[in-house]
Ligand binder design. Structure first.
Ligand code: GDP
Ligand code: GDP
Length: 436
């Protein structure tokens, strides 16, 4: 499921306060796993059992009153393109501003659902003041106080009602890897795709994806059958190049969420930059398989050390998830393109492998016995049994007497052992300790 909710509005109305409230609980869980917070503008949320992603499109246009109208316009256009539901936040303290009117004008033209949210309604008097927002011509509104959370429950009830239902996959359909080719503008994504599938574009079928505008196209190349997720970046090739990190990253959200494997193309002449890291993080957060292609390798002066040094540098940036294939390719000279495809298919297979419980226990229990989790407060932790969960991405649960005593370093140790013995190259895995 990949429903996307975008929050728009002018600066200081309380977008990020509301955003933080939405992602709070889940984020705490995710971050305790990775130990890092890398992005404050994208997160996962859940309400009434429905999951969705939230984008705070205001994230990069902060604070000042003299922001350009053009920026707001782009923010709203991004939301209109990428989101399933748009949450438009206004501020009852300030009342309607000219910028609110501009945004409303854009939002009135579209068919996607828009929720008008009047924020900072901290008391009953402000509830009355909120009435003026009918004048925006967007219909009914919701009043909330993002800071205290009042009103957000009703808003979320309405919001999840608007999200499209996830379609059950066709059980007869062949299971093909879905690749999303992602990366910064100009990294060579289109060149890579063209080199791979050829200008003739050997199209087998078109399958409409589970969301309205993510389209998979099936290709059969070099003996591999796969789907390419049509990314926003490719569709909008003709449009302006998006230089701002935030925009190009957010343009990738839908494609990444819709894929199994993200093929992250980076530009060898520029190295692994902030934008690359954000996209990588997005893929990992969504538990997608990842293959890193260092493209334009033909342009790099090489001596014997170059590849190794380059690779080491990238792995440093990828921490803590370093078990990822990194290939040096050229879309121009077609160097190692077949290898890139092969590797992507391999990561897909690794991501869906199921390890038999007996095999897993035979291997892991002796390892654990030799190096058990350190005792805490005089108490010994005994891990008795483990298994892989029947989930779409690899998750392992270890049953023990005192799961709360197992700390992050030991989890890492277990993860590393699993990676040593099974091929999870490019595949994020989750490890849980539970009471038996
Ligand atoms: P953004 O620029 O739209 O992301 O706005 P922020 O979330 O950074 O909030 C701007 C200011 O409004 C901050 O000082 C918040 O503390 C304040 N704020 C946010 N929500 C509320 C609320 O419900 N009531 C009041 N009184 N202030 C709020
Ligand atoms: P996109 O924005 O990521 O889709 O990037 P493009 O595929 O449009 O490529 C951007 C520019 O880089 C174009 O001028 C390409 O010709 C060039 N380019 C792409 N791949 C390579 C490569 O492997 N080697 C060289 N030398 N140039 C490349």
């Amino acid at each position: 499921m990949n429903n996307i909710v975008a929050i728009v509005g002018r600066p200081n109305v309380g977008k990020s306060t509301f955003f933080n409230r939405l992602i709070q609980r889940r984020e705490a869980i995710v971050d305790s796993v990775s130990g890092v917070t890398r992005d404050r503008n994208y997160g996962k949320s859940e309400w009434n059992g429905k999951e969705f992603s939230v984008i705070d499109t205001g994230g990069y246009i902060k604070g000042s009153d003299d922001i350009f109208e053009g920026e707001i316009r782009r923010q709203v256009e991004l939301a209109i393109d990428e989101a399933d539901v748009i949450v438009f936040v206004v501020d009852v303290e300030e009342g309607i501003t000219p910028m609110d009117e501009e945004v409303s004008k854009l939002l009135r033209k579209i068919t996607k659902p828009v929720l008008l949210v009047v924020n900072k309604v901290d008391n009953a008097m402000r509830e009355k003041d909120a009435v003026e927002f009918y004048n925006l011509g967007l219909g009914e509104y919701y009043t909330i106080a993002g800071m205290s959370g009042s009103g957000t429950g009703e808003l979320l009830d309405a919001l999840v009602e608007l999200l499209p239902e996830a379609q059950a996959p066709d059980p007869d359909a062949e299971v093909l890897p879905r690749f999303a080719v992602v990366g910064r503008p100009n990294a060579g994504k289109s060149s890579f795709i063209n080199a791979l599938i050829g200008e003739d574009r050997l199209v087998v079928t078109d399958i409409a994806g589970t969301t309205r505008d993510a389209i998979d196209t099936t290709y059969n190349r070099f003996g591999f059958k796969f789907n390419l997720v049509d990314t926003a970046g490719i569709r909008r090739k003709a449009k302006v190049k998006e230089d701002l990190e935030f925009y190009s990253v957010m343009r990738s959200v839908r494609a990444i969420e819709h894929s199994d494997i993200c093929i992250l193309v980076i530009d060898a002449t520029r190295g692994f930059e902030g934008q690359d890291q954000s996209i990588f993080w997005l893929a990992e957060k969504n538990r997608k398989g990842v293959v890193v292609l260092v493209n334009k390798w033909d342009l790099v002066e090489k001596d014997t050390m170059t590849t190794r040094d380059y690779e080491r540098k990238i792995r440093e940036e990828l921490q803590p998830f370093t078990d990822v294939p990194i290939l040096f390719v050229s879309a121009l000279t077609k160097q190692r393109l077949l290898k890139a495809l092969e590797t992507s298919v391999q990561v897909f297979e690794s991501r869906r492998q199921r390890i038999a419980t007996s095999k897993l226990n035979e291997l892991m229990l002796p390892i654990i016995e030799n190096n058990p989790p350190p005792a805490l407060k005089g108490k010994y932790i005994k891990i008795k049994f483990c298994m892989q969960l029947p989930t779409p991405t690899p998750q392992f649960v270890f049953f023990c007497n005192l799961p709360q005593y197992v700390k992050e370093p030991y989890k890492r140790y277990i993860e590393n052992k699993l990676r040593e013995h099974f091929d999870f190259n490019g595949v994020p895995i989750d490890i849980y300790f539970r009471q038996k």
